[in-house]
Write a protein that binds this ligand. Sequence first.
Ligand code: DAH
Length: 359
Amino acid sequence: MQEQISALKEDITARIDAASDLAALEDIRVAALGKKGSVSELMKGLGRMSPEERKEMGPALNSLKNDVADAITARKDVLEEAALDARLKSEKVDITLPVLDHAAGSVHPISQVMDEIAEIFASLGFDVAEGPDIESDFHNFTALNIPPEHPARQDHDTFYLKPDANGDRKVLRTHTSPVQIRTMLSKEPPIRIIAPGRTYRSDSDATHTPMFHQVEGLVIDRDTHLGHLKGTLEAFLKAFFEVDAVTLRLRPSYFPFTEPSMEVDVQCSFEGGTVKIGDGNDWLEILGSGMVNPKVLEACNLDPNVYQGFAFGCGIDRLAMLKYGMNDLRAFFDADLRWLKHYGFRALDLPTIAGGLSR
Ligand code: DAH
């Protein structure tokens, strides 16, 4: 009997070692340990043995069963690893290969402009911050010094969601300014962020779409002043329009969340039917900005006697139109392949300042 066990063990082990794939190994397992397998059959014989025989053969058969099971598991690991290796080899992609020029798909001008903006502000030490498109009334309005009944709410053509159980209505954010609030509530100054993203207003014509894009800027520190704002905007617009110099005009204006507030115009020319940014006899309004209103700082638990800063907000779609010469905002959202082919950017050309942003 002992000899029979050793012979069986040798035979099964040899076949396990020779199994070339997982299916063959499974067949061997069934033939040995399955209900009618060779090892199982031997185990069944235990019942017919005398108590003395069983005492001797019981442990021997058990260890046979365990050894065979262990050998199968070990072989299974080896085969599985080999199968994975083979799969990895067959699915290998050489990511160093150049992208084919006719590869389908291109980067939408809005995405390109957002990448360019993030790159420029990164070089000035700004982080990119984010907030939700579905925003609370508090973040979108109240904390920005636009309390309920404030007339400025009417200018926003707000999309309201259904009120919740408490009667609070969320809104589709009407501007990127709520990201200012979220940032100030969650971070200690010094703060230097931009927040690019989608914004929504119930308005639609050649220069307005219900969904559009803005980028917000926010700097908070102990002694940030208007000169920093002007210098930052000059550096940004110069880099963005890829010109040697820009001249800015700061016009007094009103926003509830800044004091003082100003609109910023950039000098340009409209000669020959195209806009040239940099010099000329005309001015183009490009963004809103100002020094963060102390009431906004207080709403974010910052002491206005310690901290101050500036903010700005700018329409990205308009920036893209000005830079890349498109004249109808609606085309951005038509998903017309011919338009995308014409105005889109190569998928892997990430804008860098050293590389000349748009080239
Ligand atoms: N949130 C304003 C809007 O959508 C734009 C804006 C103006 C943002 C001035 C600012 C700012 O941060 O300081 O019309």
